[in-house]
Design a protein around this ligand. Sequence first.
Ligand SMILES: Cc1ncc(COP(=O)(O)O)c(C=O)c1O
Length: 363
Amino acid sequence: MSIRVPENILEIKPYVPGKPIEELERELGIAQSIKLASNENPLGASPMALTALRNAIGNLHRYPDGSGHAFIRDLADHLECPPGAIVMGNGSDDIIALLANTLLRPGERAVMPQPSFLMYEIAVRAVGAEPVFVPLQSLAIDLDGMRRAVDQKTRLVFLCNPNNPTGTVISGDDFDRFLAALPLDVVVVVDEAYIEFVRDASCLQSKAYWGGGRSIVTLRTFSKLYGLAGLRVGYGVMPEELAGYLNRIRQPFNVNSLAQVAARAALQDHAFVERTLHVVHDGLTFLFGALTDMGIRYFPTQSNFFLIDVACDAEAVFQAMLRLGVIVRSMKGYGYPDYIRVNVGTPEENQRFIEALKEVLGR
Ligand SMILES: Cc1ncc(COP(=O)(O)O)c(C=O)c1O
């Protein structure tokens, strides 16, 4: 075949998602595997969302509300922001792509931490613009380095708070200094996919900057805290002018009707949110305790996942854990060949993970 593909597309390394349970079980002929590789909600989906979904199923022959009127109204109430500041997305991935499509052209640049969420790079390369990587310092985003990397060609800066895969956060004070030194025409994206899990009071909350005259975009998702990863629903909050530009190129029905219904119900499911936070925070305490007892180094986190230094080939540990039916993430491709990333599961899953790790590492 002689397909002529632009160089920028050829340069993209495909995103490798966490291995699905079904795929592992099919490949190895095993059952009852557990997945702690995609930072999903261990409790499943919000029960209120599930009830709302069952009630909405009769309307599937209708197109969704392309403006997401009720969904965006509910979100605006929940977030205390104007509805016009919200852009809904087929997952927050969709908003990342919309931002790149709206704001970047070939020859322009987007500055991003490395390692961080891989979709920033993919979205930037997809439009032929140039990703500029700023290495983390001690697993945390280096805001001074990011500021220095901004030049006249920079249109966008991506920050991930807490950062995936390291779980570190940016402090509000550091962000203030960063913003003060940043040219006014650079759009700052703060990806808050995991912000609800944060307990560090000094952590940046980008919400504080909404309506403040700077071009700040907050990204949030229903995939983690609310357990709706499979439905694909997320959103961005940004200056209304910018929201208008993104909406010009947004697919008219990018968030399907079930996703809108479920997300609205999930917003009201305070009991589920509370239970999720308990399970995650108690799970972290258990896992950290067990790893300490095993003499294994791990890194503190403000999220529902964290890094573990297995002090040997992470890829081999990942493969050996798979054979025991436990899916984690090797960090080799992220530049940490000795680290794995694991997310908190149910108490039973956490126990099973620890037992599998003991077996694999021979402790
Ligand atoms: C930092 C970060 N941002 C965004 C996303 C994408 O979330 P969504 O499922 O809303 O597309 C993820 C998913 O893993 C993530 O880790």
